[in-house]
Design a protein around this ligand. Structure first.
Ligand SMILES: Cc1ncc(C[n+]2csc(CCOP(=O)(O)OP(=O)(O)O)c2C)c(N)n1
Length: 915
């Protein structure tokens, strides 16, 4: 470090200095120490002083914020390894095609939406990644020249050669082949499409159908989804990021899951990285922040975040009266991350070099982001007058620069050389995750039409003058007519730019992003091998949670499937009786176990291990669901199928982290969610925050979620078995939500031949003929009633059937295992129209039963209401449920209160018969 650069790090507190001469002496002492003995010795002395200064007597604690300058000084900047001129040209073309794509869609259909300004600020950050850092899976596609069209509509498997990463079967595979994971800022999707266009993956017609998946096929094109959606573009996008905050937390847990795969000997991920480009506004989301310490605790140096600090979000400045970079620097540094500030471009280097008094740093220290945004929005003249005009020192620095030059002074996030230096340092950093705080301008290059404007986020069009200005600004090879008509531009295949683009990707293993799903199938053992205790329970008392835990324990012992199972808990393993698994398969810990657990002698002793299998996420449902998503998409992200079972308090699932589950569904997750202690009345004593009466309602809205509320262990076993086969053998992109209860009751044998009906949503459980000794006049003559029940309320329904029988009313009882599957079946048949669709399954099942149909569950009435249309015509349908807030009381009291106990169900049946 030179004498000179130390100047920029002077504290800006001159006004509170009571003895400037003494201060100057101390400064001078440090300067001469650095000059005479070098920075290492200076650091040692400072550490010594700091240790003394931290004593209570002095009470000093270090300021976590450093001055508003680049973390990497010019002298430590590596030489740029690429062709700067070509990369700048390419970046300009990406910008143009992205802009044209959005503006065209908007011109054709004003309501389509789209964003220009976000990518305009992030383009260079993406491009340096694409040209130098983001490694693809090496077998992705031939990176030579224009590729053939991807012929894979939604749901079909994309092309691909043999998968070299069948790591589980063949031992750990070569790290270089597996590639990096890249999370893209969602509103920058047009830029990623623009690159795929130049790379030959998308056609001009595809770009012309941005945000038009439905209308595109008629024009022989594929529509491009608004944001990264694997569900909509399954061969392209890997990670859905459209809901702010979910990309950041997901990237952390994916990085940790890669460590898990490596430590468990399933896949060598050591050379792979997770890159995430996120917004500075996005950092406000609680999810963005909630796992920062996990990343540093786990020393995830395979993780690099690039936070695009364009200082703006949607409505306005992220921190108008403060500085988001400072705030994030403190946060990340405090959380244990390596922080790299990438604030100023190369053309500032000369200014800093000439600034011998630290005037620039002092000026930045007094400039808040709202003002910085104004500087971005205004021209060179304004910046000369307002920023450099603040004092004589700054004025002198700007002397000799034209207004145009001042206008073009780049922020760090727009300078390919500086970005490269930051990325290289991040990639090489060991022992910590890295965040790069990249200072950019929102709407960069959109000129007076959009750069730095308050309204720029949603700007979707530019007038002719602005388009010409943009063309000129980026030296685009477009005529006036081409520019104003928003013509897409692609250089000739043999041009230097195109050759360079393909060469760079070839060097990095192929193209990105690409989503794969060609993992091998996993064998599932026969049901009888692991679940006979449940299907032939012979009246044994247990809860469905206990049955599940036993079933999981058995599956974990299967030699082929067992190692691929990922049990996940959020500090509730003991609640669900899973403590035996601690010993059986261990809790994953990247450092093993550095302590002797208190319960070491016990059979259930707490065991953490490097190859532990359970992911114990602590009290973070957001973290646990992110882990579940990482494991459940491993088949696609890593080519290694895994089977996660995440078990939690059902109330803290769809209600708490519903959006993350929705994103996991978009990412085509495969796995099981187990909503335990479920139901509004089954969990006695807990009150309204814990008692779940709605998760099935939300689960039903997720198209690839199959939700079940089984009453008995045998039903549960059949459902889990079917789910495993669907996900692991047939490899369908579905996931299962199963509610479990903590109520102990006698578990009957699963009746013969009902397994298929259990999976479809309901089966006939039994009938209770009238006992003929009824006193209530009229009921003996009735044709009887049909009772439907699910989950724990089925036992109440059976109780109601017994009461009714005693009153002389016959009934047939159906166990509904899935209201949502019944509803889906019915709606599917409606959609198929008429005879072709056939009768809904529920209609068929109830056809032979008689009388009014009474349905009860431990959920809100809307759940059983969802099948009303499929109850046979002419039969009254009465639903009972648990609408309203829960109460802290006994199970029996709660069921009475909500009207879902045997007595109330029987009463409802009698009322229906009378009606
Ligand atoms: C959970 C969620 N809330 C709100 C939005 C709407 N939204 C989309 S972009 C955006 C602003 C993003 O700002 P920033 O993260 O700073 O990114 P920039 O576009 O400025 O680079 C908002 C609020 C969203 N997509 N997700």
């Amino acid at each position: 470090m030179t004498d000179h650069s130390l100047t920029h790090f002077l504290a800006a507190g001159a006004d509170t200095d009571t003895d400037p001469a003494e201060t100057a002496e101390w400064r001078e002492a440090l300067r001469s120490l650095v000059a005479a003995e070098g920075p290492a010795r200076a650091r040692f002395i400072l550490d010594e002083l700091a240790a003394m200064a931290r004593s209570p007597q002095v009470g000093w604690s270090p300021e976590l914020v450093t001055p508003y300058v680049n973390s990497i000084p010019v002298e430590r900047q590596p030489a740029f390894p690429g062709d700067l001129a070509i990369e700048e040209k390419l970046a300009s073309l990406m910008r143009w095609n992205a802009l044209a794509m959005v503006a065209r869609a908007n011109a054709a259909y004003g309501d389509l939406g789209g964003h220009i300004a976000s990518y305009a600020s992030a383009a260079d950050l993406f491009e340096v990644g694409f040209n130098h850092f983001f490694r693809a899976r090496q077998d992705s596609e031939s990176p030579a020249g224009n590729e053939p069209r991807p012929g894979a509509p939604s749901g079909e498997r994309p092309r691909g050669g043999s998968d070299p990463r069948e790591g589980g079967e063949r031992g750990m595979t070569s790290p270089a082949s597996a590639g990096d994971l890249v999370f893209f800022q969602p509103h920058s999707a047009p830029g990623v499409y623009a690159r795929a266009f130049l790379e030959g993956y998308l056609t001009e017609a595809d770009l012309a159908h941005y945000r038009q998946e439905l209308t595109a096929p008629a024009a022989g094109a594929r529509g491009l989804s608004s944001y990264p959606h694997p569900w909509l573009m399954p061969d392209f996008w890997q990670f859905p990021t459209g809901s702010m905050g979910l990309g950041p937390i997901s990237s952390i847990y994916h990085a940790r899951f890669m460590r898990y795969l490596t430590h468990r000997g399933l896949l060598d991920c050591n050379a792979r990285k997770v890159w995430g480009v996120f917004g500075d506004g996005e950092m406000d989301e609680p999810e963005s922040m909630s796992a920062l310490t996990l990343a540093s605790r786990e020393k995830l140096d395979n993780l690099v975040w690039v936070v695009n600090c364009n200082l703006q979000r949607l409505d306005g400045p992220v921190r108008g009266n403060g500085r988001i970079v400072d705030e994030l620097e403190k946060l990340f540094r405090g959380a244990g991350w390596n922080v790299i500030k990438l604030l100023w471009g190369s053309d500032w280097d000369g200014l800093f070099a000439r600034d011998t008094t630290g005037a620039l740093t002092r000026a930045f220290a007094h400039t808040v982001d709202g003002q910085m945004q104004t500087f971005a929005a205004k021209d060179g003249r304004f910046n000369r007058d307002t920023f450099f005009g603040q004092n004589e020192e700054l004025r002198r620095l700007a002397q000799g620069m034209s207004d145009e030059q001042i206008d073009r002074l780049k922020r760090g996030g727009h300078d390919l050389v500086k970005i490269h230096a930051a990325y290289a340092a991040a990639a090489a950093h060991a022992g910590q995750p890295t965040v790069i705080l990249a200072h950019t301008k929102k709407g960069y290059g959109m000129g007076s039409a959009g750069q730095g404007k308050m309204t720029t986020h949603s700007q979707k069009k530019l007038d002719e003058a602005a388009l010409i200005e943009f063309r000129n600004r980026f030296n685009l090879p477009l005529s006036d007519a081409q520019a104003t008509q928003l013509a897409f531009f692609k250089p000739a295949p043999d041009s230097a730019e195109m050759r360079y683009l393909h060469d760079r990707r070839a060097e990095l293993g192929g193209y990105l992003p690409r989503r794969r799903c060609d993992a091998p199938a996993l064998p599932v053992p026969a049901l009888a091998a692991y679940a006979a205790f449940a299907t032939a329970a012979a009246g044994k008392e247990m809860s469905t949670t206990m049955a599940f835990v036993r079933l999981l324990g058995n599956l974990l012992k299967d030699p082929a499937l067992g190692p691929r199972i990922v049990p996940i808990v959020a500090d509730e393993a003991r609640t669900f009786g899973m403590a035996n698994l601690f010993r059986q398969v261990g809790i994953y810990s990247s450092v093993g176990q550095h302590y002797e657990p208190e319960d070491i002698g016990s059979v259930l002793s707490y065991r953490e291990a490097l190859d532990g299998q359970i992911l114990e996420e602590g009290i973070s449902e957001a973290g646990a669901i992110a882990s579940w998503t990482a494991a459940g998409t491993s088949y696609s992200v890593h080519g290694v199928p895994m089977l996660p079972f995440y078990i939690y308090y059902s109330m803290f699932g769809f209600q708490r982290v519903g959006d993350a589950i929705w994103a996991a569904a978009d990412q085509r997750v495969r796995g099981f969610l187990l909503g335990a202690t479920s139901g509004r009345t089954t969990l006695g004593g807990e009150g309204l925050q814990h008692q779940d009466g709605s998760s099935h309602l939300v689960a039903a809205t997720i198209p690839n979620c199959k939700a079940y509320d089984p009453a008995f262990a045998g039903e549960l076993a059949v459902i889990v078995d079917h789910g495993m086969r669907e996900m692991l053998v047939e490899q369908r992109d579905v996931f299962y939500y199963i509610t479990l209860m903590n109520e102990n009751y006698a578990q009957p044998d699963l009746p013969e031949g009902v397994a298929a009906d259990v999976v479809r949503g309901c089966y006939r459980f039994g009938s209770w003929p009238a006992e003929g000794k009824a006193t209530a006049a009229g009921y003996t003559a009735s044709p009887g009633v049909t009772l439907l029940g699910s989950g724990a309320i089925l036992t109440e329904v059976i109780g109601a059937a017994q009461r009714l029988a005693a009153l002389g009313v016959a009934s047939e009882v159906f166990s509904v295992t899935s209201w949502s599957e019944l509803a889906r079946d019915g709606m599917g048949r409606e959609a198929a129209k008429g005879a072709e669709g056939g009768q809904p399954f529920l209609t068929q099942q109830l056809a032979a039963a008689k009388g009014p149909v009474i349905a009860a569950s431990d959920y809100v009435r809307a759940v059983p209401e969802s099948v009303r249309a499929f109850v046979p015509a002419g039969r009254p349908y009465v639903t009972l449920g648990t609408d309203g807030f829960g109460r802290s009381d006994t199970r029996a009291a709660l069921r009475g209160f909500f009207g879902v106990d045997a007595q109330n169900i029987a009463a409802a049946a009698l009322r229906a018969l009378k009606a």
